[in-house]
Design a binder for this molecule. Structure first.
Ligand SMILES: [Zn+2]
Ligand SMILES: [Zn+2]
Length: 209
């Protein structure tokens, strides 16, 4: 199935609309995200295909996981804690989300925090491999900084807002290989609900030691 590309976006309607989960859809455990193809396990949110969050017509709404929804919501107050900009032209945004989610799941399965601050390198080889992959992705943030002058999704969102409509329409070409790397946190209000999402996405419960 040809999937809709995920483009970093800052449409005015999204800027003022849902800065939270974007209105959870009725929980259907069996549906998969139409962008990354992974099971949503009840965490699906509506994604506005044409970027206009005032257009609620059924043809404009796709099922998305919260991670694939995030690039459309650079306005989220917590977005800079949830993601960082990296330069990764060789990988599509949705593929990067698949990889990040699997790394986070590997960490959670070992009882480790799925954030870059966890001390993953000293633990089991599979986690060490996941950690090295994560570090390699994270270090691409330096190249995003060189090209854009920032690693901050929120600052990029503010810059996109300044573009003329014709330039905004071709933002995917202007941004080139800029991608958004999820950092293993996702806030609902002040609460990080990402550990709950990971549990629902298939991580065994963390050891209680
Ligand atoms: Zn997804
Ligand atoms: Zn949205």
């Amino acid at each position: 199935m040809a999937r809709h590309p995920l483009v970093l976006s800052a449409h005015p309607s999204a800027w003022i609309a849902d800065s939270g989960l974007g209105g959870r859809m009725a929980a259907q455990a069996a549906v998969t995200c139409q962008f990354c193809g992974q099971p949503t396990a009840g965490w699906q949110v509506p994604y506005h295909l044409n970027d206009d969050h005032d257009d609620e017509s059924p043809a404009n709404l796709a099922v998305s996981c919260p991670l694939c929804h995030l690039p459309q919501h650079l306005n989220r107050p917590t977005v800079d804690d949830e993601a960082i900009l990296i330069w990764l032209p060789e990988m599509a945004q949705a593929a990067l989300i698949v990889l990040a989610r699997q790394i986070h799941l590997a960490c959670a399965a070992a009882g480790l925090s799925p954030t870059i601050y966890g001390d993953m390198a000293r633990t089991a080889p599979t986690i060490s491999a996941a950690y090295r992959a994560y570090r390699a992705l994270y270090e691409r943030s330096a190249m995003a900084e060189l090209r854009l002058g920032t690693q901050s999704p929120r600052q990029l969102g503010a810059a996109l807002r300044e573009l003329t409509p014709p330039d905004y329409e071709r933002r995917a070409a202007l941004l080139g290989g800029v991608r958004m790397l999820p950092l293993g946190r996702f806030f609902e209000g002040a609460v990080d609900i990402y550990p709950t999402m990971l549990r629902d996405w298939g991580a065994p419960a963390a050891p209680s030691s």
